[in-house]
Structure formats: structure tokens, C-alpha cells
Design a protein around this ligand. Structure first.
Ligand code: PLP
Length: 424
């Protein structure tokens, strides 16, 4: 297959010559493509519109989705949580009157330095540093791992996808251990990979024996592990992690919530383990979910390929400015984390007292609860939403009848408990 360099062409004009050969002509407007069949222009298209093609043999319709890769047609859309403004309209409440405990966001937001830095940002009209040098230097100070091992992204989400794009050929396999963060499965599907599921044990611990068997039998390329795990908040011990690292598989350890666990990050382990990647984020620790900044620690032998494959400007100027400013106030980050960990303890005790909830102990800023006593988890979520309190409910195979409550400020817990009391 050849490559046609259209770098300088802003208008592409595709036509069939009388001999049936196809060629490119012209140059003036980037957004339209005109196809000619035997000198007859049969359609022009804008990217998102269905396409009609008429051939000399007769009428034939070709719609836009005929261009879509077949495996993507089977993809079910990711179900993100609703943004504040949409929720506000739906619930008929001001955004400020909605208590959002459904996406593990940090309700304290970032340190004040962040808003100040964003307000005085000097060069928003210049493309950002493709290497996010300032941020990576600050992250090296923060983590104790040299910046050469660190790559930043548009949220940890982008890095999950980037890793898959670098590692997986269509048809390759990944191991996923549900219940867990659903983006691993989603991105694997987008990347044309097969997902081998090794469900967690009853107590949400990893089924290491089964993982080992699957690695031997199916030869998957990588496994996604999460510590603390979303949605139950359990952690992975050194012993278990080392056992999995000893297998011939790339281990992506997602530490999006590590700050709340009281445990040290495994970022530095990437110097010792060629098959380990560790992902982290500013979304939770620094209240920057809306600005999209994540980062990862990678072995040197892997990171160079991610540099080659990533979008050059994946971390915006605003995101880098905000993340650097957040790291300048470690005391704020520590205080906010402590407040959330304290509040989690209080929330857990209170949820234990609710007759129709069975909460699970969590090392993170959320608590998973089984909805018991014949109550319906979806209805519980909807009833709370009507009262302006958003929680997450699950309806998948592993977690039917469960809800997850993010830890908020003490006043959020108070309102949640009052609402749960009204539903008792
Ligand atoms: C386990 C886990 N990893 C990654 C993310 C996404 O992080 P980011 O906001 O940096 O994309 C989340 C978000 O909820 C998460 O739960």
C-alpha cells in the first residue's frame, strides 16, 4: 500500500480517468472532497454526513458508516456521567444545589494557586510544550522518579488508550479483572483487541491463579490492574503484584486513587520492572478532573515509543499551568486528602447504619455498597437524584444491585444521610 503525501494540499480532488485510474487533483479547500467517476462528479462530502454514490451501472447508496472500521460498529458507547449543566436542567436545580457523589471527583477543587496561575497565563495562543517539560520536572520532584521515565497526558484516560495503541495489534488480547474501571475494556474494544475477563474473587481480590493460567494459555499482551480498585476500593499487595509481574505480560497498574490509600506509589518500580507501567492523575488528588491531566511512569524501553505515537500537543497550556501550580502547594493537597480520608471513615460508619446498605471498606475516596433488603439499586439512585444527590449505580454482571458513593465534604454526607433517612 502506498502513501500519498498530502501535507501541503488543502483541497483534495479525486477523480477516475477514462482509463479507470484514480488520481488526485487541485488544492483550495481542506474540508471538502469531490469524487469523480468517469469525469462525472457524483458527490461531495463533509466528514460527518452520509455519502451517496451513483455509479453508471445504476443507483447505489453508500452511507457514511460504510467508511467506519467494522469492529467499531459493534462498539457500545461509553456511558459517561452527565455534566453539571445538563444535570441541572434535568433536575431543575442550580448546579450549586446538586451534590455530586457519582464520579469520584474532588469536591474541594484545586489549590488557589491554580486559579491565579490560569488567570495570568501568558501564552495561551502558543501551542503547548509537546514534552510537558515543566510539568514532568515538577512530577519528578513530587514522585522521586526522574522525569525521563514520566510522560504526561490528557488525563490517565488518554494514556490508557495510548498504551493500547502502542502495544496491541488488532486481535491481540488484554486481561481485565472486573469489576473495575470500565475504560480498559472500552479502549480495548476501540483498539480492536479481545478482552479476557478474569473476574475478581468474592472479596474483590484478584484471582491470581486464574490470571496465571490465562496468561499461559491465551498469551495476552497486557493486563490492567487498579490499586485502589474502582469501584470497591481494594488494594493490591506487593506480593500479588510481584507474582503478576513475574508473568510474561505487560502490567499496567492504575493508581488514580493511590493518594487516598496511605500507601506509597509504585512509580519507582518501573526502573526495576521492564513490564510495568504505573498511571496516575491530577483529577482526584488535585481536584483537576475538568482540566484533564494525567501522567504515567514507564520503563525506558517502552516510553520512547509512546513519545513517538502520542499526539504532540496532548497536554494543553492550561492543563500544564494548572498542574504545576497545584504541585506548588503540597500542604493544600495533603490537607484535602486528609479531609477526604477522614470523611470516608465517617461516611462508612453512617452507611453501615442504613438498613438497606452493606458498605465495603475502601482505601479510596468512594465507598461501594450492596443494596440489600429487596431494595432496587437503580431506583435508589433515581430517588436520590430527585432530591439532588447523585450517586453511581451498577447494572453489570458483576455488580448488579450495587451503588457507589464518592466521598464529599462533611455537609454532603449530612444531606446524603438525611435523604437516605427519608427513603428508609
Ligand atoms: C481507576 C481510574 N483510572 C483512571 C481514571 C481517569 O483518570 P483521568 O481523569 O486522569 O482520565 C479514573 C476516573 O474515574 C479511574 O477511576
Amino acid at each position: 500500500m502506498g502513501v500519498i503525501d498530502l501535507g501541503n494540499a488543502s483541497y483534495v480532488y479525486m477523480k477516475y480517468s477514462k482509463s479507470g485510474n484514480r488520481g488526485f487533483e487541485g488544492s483550495s479547500n481542506r474540508s471538502s472532497i469531490i469524487f469523480q467517476v468517469k469525469h462525472r462528479v457524483v458527490f461531495s462530502m463533509a466528514s460527518a454526513l452520509p455519502v451517496k454514490q451513483v455509479t453508471e451501472e445504476g443507483q447505489q447508496r453508500l452511507t457514511g458508516d460504510s467508511f467506519i472500521r467494522p469492529h467499531l460498529k459493534k462498539l457500545s458507547p461509553y456511558q459517561p456521567i452527565l455534566p453539571f449543566e445538563v444535570l441541572s436542567t434535568r433536575l431543575g436545580r442550580e448546579p450549586e444545589d446538586i451534590i455530586k457523589l457519582d464520579a469520584n471527583e474532588n469536591p474541594y477543587g484545586p489549590p488557589p494557586e491554580v486559579l491565579e496561575a490560569l488567570g495570568t497565563m501568558k501564552f495561551p495562543y502558543i501551542y503547548p510544550d509537546p514534552e510537558s517539560r515543566r510539568l514532568r520536572a515538577a512530577l519528578a520532584d513530587d514522585s522521586g522518579l526522574e522525569s525521563d521515565y514520566i510522560l504526561a497526558g490528557c488525563g490517565a484516560d488518554e494514556l490508557i488508550d495510548l498504551i493500547m495503541r502502542c502495544v496491541l495489534d488488532p486481535g491481540d488480547k488484554i486481561v481485565d479483572c472486573p469489576p473495575t474501571f470500565t475504560m480498559y475494556e472500552f479502549d480495548a474494544n476501540v483498539n480492536g483487541a479481545a478482552v479476557i475477563k478474569v473476574p475478581r474473587n468474592f472479596d474483590f481480590s484478584l484471582n491470581v491463579e486464574r490470571i496465571s493460567e490465562v496468561v499461559e494459555m491465551e498469551k495476552p499482551k497486557c493486563i490492567f490492574l487498579t490499586s485502589p480498585n474502582n469501584p470497591d476500593g481494594s488494594i493490591i499487595s506487593d506480593e500479588v503484584l510481584l507474582k503478576i509481574l513475574s508473568l510474561p505480560i505487560l502490567v499496567v497498574l492504575d493508581e488514580a486513587y493511590i493518594e487516598f490509600s496511605g500507601l506509597e506509589s509504585r512509580m519507582k518500580w518501573v526502573k526495576r520492572h521492564e513490564n510495568l507501567i504505573v498511571l496516575r492523575t491530577f483529577s482526584k488528588r488535585a481536584g483537576l478532573a475538568g482540566l484533564r491531566v494525567g501522567y504515567g511512569a514507564f520503563p525506558s524501553s517502552i516510553v520512547e515509543y509512546l513519545w513517538r505515537a502520542k499526539q504532540p500537543y496532548n497536554v494543553s497550556v492550561a492543563a500544564e499551568v494548572a498542574a504545576c501550580a497545584a504541585l506548588q502547594n503540597p500542604t493544600y493537597l495533603e490537607n484535602v486528602k486528609n479531609a477526604l480520608v477522614r470523611e470516608k471513615g465517617r461516611l462508612y460508619k453512617l452507611l453501615k447504619g442504613v438498613p438497606f446498605l452493606n458498605p465495603f471498606p475502601s482505601y479510596s475516596n468512594f465507598i461501594l455498597c450492596e443494596v440489600t433488603s429487596g431494595r432496587d439499586a437503580k431506583m435508589l439512585k433515581e430517588d436520590l437524584a430527585k432530591m439532588g444527590v447523585m450517586i453511581r449505580h451498577y447494572n453489570n454482571k458483576e455488580l448488579r444491585g450495587y451503588v457507589r458513593v464518592s466521598v464529599g465534604k462533611p455537609e454532603h454526607t449530612d444531606v446524603l444521610m438525611e435523604c437516605l433517612g427519608r427513603l428508609s
